[in-house]
Design a protein around this ligand. Structure first.
Ligand code: SF4
Length: 459
């Protein structure tokens, strides 16, 4: 696969509209009120296929608030909040585990947050022990067990302890290494802390270290972010995600603590993005798509080359063949073509489980059209192309009839140079790779319906 990516400021300016990141299709805004019974029915039905499992565990607590944060979290220094949460989590594991056939291997595990390392080692060990009781956890090479690490609440000894518990991948929140930027977002994290964690991870045999950065934060400049990139690349993370900061203080209260005047201008952000892409690809990183870069021997790159890359709630994944269970407050799962999301509120989540019920609050049963469009959108987001004969064989449809409107809507994208059209499909161009989601949006039925609805309102 061609991994080249070309920065075209003019094209990016022209397509400067927000759109879904397609970690699911349909996206979470389409989820409807749902009951635990419906979810459990889907879980039981999934046993017929007996796919391997991918578990996501959400730990919502953070000791300090990062002002840019848009995650579902509970900011508290009170560690006595953890035991009741773990009680609920363990009850949820028991209920879900009971509904699943015992032999289904857990190939993928991801602790996310919030801050998973808000839990101490004994608590994390008890999570792993409980998982072992209720699921078929693996202890061999097939497992991809990851945890998001906050270097401010972790030290090398903890990294070694986590490896001993079976975790073999870590993901580090870094965002920016410059002290003035860190102060402006209330996240002081000396680079030595991060470097010590990376070193400990290497020594402890972790298979992959990934890091998150954010551009567009207050007091960042093109020069300062270039220094951040250099510092981070010197640590040789296997994967790097470089996210764009979206300042939406009306939606995310913590962001009101950020001074708008301190934010880099749209033009400066474009310079930062251009340098990021050029610098990282120069340093040997492969652009996977949607803010993600990886070293050439990383599993993500290999999966993309094999045509097996998938997109899920954690971004890109090599485990698209798994059924996904979401455990913990606000967690989302996808099983038997059914999306299920737990209560977003901590009290509601704990209350449901205290009453012996799963905390599923919203859900969505995908119909045939959703599955087709999900496949098409995944192909665009992961492999930057679409072959019409592949879609026709895969889903038994006639592309020209089924997607007549969408094929027409692709024309302007081709004229603008985002895609190259052929008789049997299209490929996203090197210039279009940064705008992948704009190509995928053409096939999003719900987005088109919403646009049509707002259009008729204007009329
Ligand atoms: S960015 Fe992460 S660590 Fe910071 S408040 Fe949000 S969830 Fe917590």
């Amino acid at each position: 696969m061609n991994h080249q990516v070309q920065f075209d400021a003019e094209l990016i300016r022209r397509y400067d509209v927000t759109g879904p990141r397609y970690t699911s299709y349909p996206t979470a805004v389409e989820f409807q009120p749902a009951s635990p019974e419906t979810y459990l029915r889907h879980v039981r039905q999934s046993n017929a296929d007996g796919k391997p499992l991918s578990l996501y565990i959400h730990v919502p607590f953070c000791e300090k608030l990062c002002f840019y944060c848009a995650c579902n979290k509970v900011v508290t220094k009170r560690h006595d909040k953890a035991p009741p949460y773990l009680d609920a989590l363990f009850a949820e594991m028991a209920l879900q585990g009971e509904a699943l056939d015992a032999g289904r291997p857990v190939e993928q595990l991801h602790f996310g947050g919030g801050t998973p390392t808000f839990l101490d080692d004994a608590q994390l060990q008890s999570v792993m022990d409980t998982l072992n009781r209720h699921f078929n956890m693996l202890d061999d090479e097939r497992r991809e067990y990851a945890i998001e690490i906050d270097p401010r609440t972790t030290d090398p000894a903890r990294i070694r302890a986590l490896a001993g518990m079976g975790l073999n991948r870590i993901s580090l929140g870094v965002q920016d290494v410059e002290e003035k930027v860190q102060r402006a977002v209330n996240r002081l994290q000396p680079v030595e802390l991060t470097a010590a964690i990376v070193e400990a991870a290497r020594e402890s045999g972790y298979q992959s270290v990934s890091m998150d950065l954010i551009y567009g934060l207050p007091l960042q400049t093109a020069d300062s972010f270039a220094r951040t990139l250099e510092t981070v690349v010197a640590m040789k993370p296997d994967r790097l995600a470089v996210y764009n900061y979206a300042h939406l203080p009306h939606l995310f209260k913590p962001q009101r603590r950020i001074q708008e005047a301190d934010l880099p201008s749209a033009e400066e952000k474009l310079v930062i993005l251009q340098h990021t892409i050029e610098y990282l690809t120069d340093q040997g990183y492969v652009y996977i798509g949607m803010d993600h870069f990886a070293l050439p021997d990383d599993e993500l790159v290999k999966a993309q080359e094999r045509g097996e890359l998938q997109r899920n709630f954690q971004g890109y994944s090599t485990h698209g063949h798994c059924d996904m269970l979401g455990l913990g407050v606000s967690a989302i799962g996808f099983i038997d073509n059914y999306y299920a999301q737990n209560h977003k509120n901590l009290e509601d989540y704990q209350q449901a489980l205290a009453e012996g019920q799963l905390a599923v609050h919203k859900g969505y049963a995908c119909d045939e059209d959703d599955s087709i469009r999900r496949g098409v959108i995944q192909e665009i987001m992961c492999h930057h192309r679409l072959r019409y004969d592949w879609v026709e064989q895969q889903y038994g449809l006639d592309m020209q009839t089924y997607f007549a409107t969408e094929l027409q809507a692709l024309q302007p994208l081709a004229e603008d140079g985002l895609i190259t059209l052929t008789d049997n499909g299209f490929t996203v161009t090197n210039r279009g790779r940064i705008l992948l989601r704009h190509v995928a949006m053409v096939f999003d039925r719900y987005l088109q319906q919403r646009r049509a609805a707002s259009f008729s309102k204007v009329i």
